[in-house]
Design a protein around this ligand. Sequence first.
Ligand SMILES: Cc1ncc(COP(=O)(O)O)c(C=O)c1O
Length: 339
Amino acid sequence: MMLSNPFSTSSCSERVPSVLEAIGNTPLIRLEKASLDLNTEVWAKVEAFNPGASAKDRVAKYMIEQAERSGALKPGGTIIEATSGNTGYSLAMIAAVKGYHCVLTVTSKISQDKTNLLKAMGAEVVICPKDAKPTDPNSYYEKAKALAAEIPNSVYLNQNFNTDNMDAHYYSTAPEIWQQSEGMITHFVGSTGTGGTVSGIAKYLKEQKPEVQVIGVDAYGSVLTNYWKTGEYDPSLISSYRIEGTGKNIIPANLKRELIDHYEQVRDREAAFRTRELSEVEGLMMGYSSGANLQAVYQAAEAGMFSPNDFVVVIFHDHGSRYLGKVYSDAWMKEQGWM
Ligand SMILES: Cc1ncc(COP(=O)(O)O)c(C=O)c1O
């Protein structure tokens, strides 16, 4: 008797001309524990399945292609970006395939694992002080701008203010979620850093089904929740926190507050334990912001936002291998006073 191949999956049936065509089409995976705990369907869009192990592959690819189309980026040119790591890795990966140079400014908050990854992908990494104010010439934003002015034939892609970022999600991540949920989605939950993921996905989903509720996730110490509530930028709220990728100290143009229905702020400690729970219980080794998003799902449930017939989609932005020295390290957890 012929047995069917136990490893066959529909998503691995294609062959592709380069790693660029392997970006996207990530799975939507049911979260067993969260669905049971919360008595509603909770599904995760697992972006770690991208070749660069994060959702930023989609953004990097789209921003580069748009820069090529507009003529801003020419053969042999240099791509510059200020990044918390993932965008940098994706840009470096695509730069390698397309033959561009890649210079990344990062803050000293970045993990050593992430810095090593960027360098391994051939990028030049410029580390800037994590506590520099956004307008300080030493901040990673200002440094990226200055480098773009200095380096001939270079382009600063500026993911915070370049709305190609949210368009990348509008054109790729969102239609995938819509199709994979067969239109059943009722809530979408995602971290907001640049805001591109949540804004692009919210725009598309609300066009298909206006009643879809979008929940933004933020960290304490970020200015975004207050901006969403009031429309004001209040720098007095800025303080340091541990979660990477969630929250900001500026208001990015990709954050469209009118598309977000609700915000949940999460604490470093709770997000860290949820991150570990994901790998220990669901077998999904995800990054710190994924734990933050799962924590936000639990908080939203506690606030009475879900009912038993709902279909909640939470996005997991990146893979946990980039955080081995952080949330997955008992020593690091003890240093924080959490274990
Ligand atoms: C790990 C991680 N999670 C979440 C986010 C937030 O996504 P976005 O910038 O689209 O708001 C980022 C963005 O840098 C990230 O790197």
